[in-house]
Ligand binder design. Structure first.
Ligand SMILES: [Zn+2]
Length: 173
């Protein structure tokens, strides 16, 4: 995915669709226009039928990479990862942080390369993040403005929609 904000442009952030990669022979046109369905229900409280075990695996692999500082996903995705976590999953789950949007892609933030002069963000808080700080994301305060009405499924995102969906991550903790 391409995107417009600063940390993407210096190469420290990457957005990755949650669409399973069933075809590797995409045309240039496909690459520019392909989108991904949301894996979160319209009320933002749970994941939907687009979620697969492969999503857990890709997030685990990405978050386990020492070069990765954080991964941002929708809170419903984080909660599902918490519900299905296994002993020893603390270290990678710690890096997977809830954020608004991010229901059809996940957002990878890399550590500063050595000698780059960029300033490293603080580490995420200790623990796997499957605690009351996660519960907050499902309160009215966090879900406000209210989610779409039941049955009002969000449209698929395309590249043109992304900068807005990701911009706030830059200011996140
Ligand atoms: Zn993003």
């Amino acid at each position: 995915m391409l995107s417009g904000h600063r940390s993407h442009q210096i190469g420290l952030d990457a957005d990755i669709w949650l669409r399973p990669g069933r075809a590797l022979n995409l045309t240039t046109e496909d690459r520019e226009t392909i989108g991904s369905p949301s894996v979160v229900t319209a009320n933002r409280l749970d994941i939907n039928d687009h979620w697969t075990p492969a999503h857990v695996e890709i997030l685990k692999v990405a978050a386990s990479d020492p070069a990765v500082a954080r991964i941002f996903v929708n809170a419903a995705i984080k909660r599902r990862l918490c519900e299905t976590r296994e002993p020893g999953d603390t270290d990678w789950l710690r890096k997977v942080r809830p954020w608004w949007g991010h229901d059809s892609h996940f957002h990878v933030r890399l550590r500063c390369p050595e000698g780059s002069g960029c300033v490293e963000q603080q580490q995420p808080p200790e623990g796997d993040g499957c605690d009351e700080t996660l519960a907050w994301w499902f309160t009215d305060e966090a879900l406000n403005p209210p989610p779409p009405a039941p049955g009002d499924v969000p449209p698929e995102l395309t590249l043109a929609d992304l900068p807005g969906a990701c911009r706030a991550v830059l200011d996140s903790e």
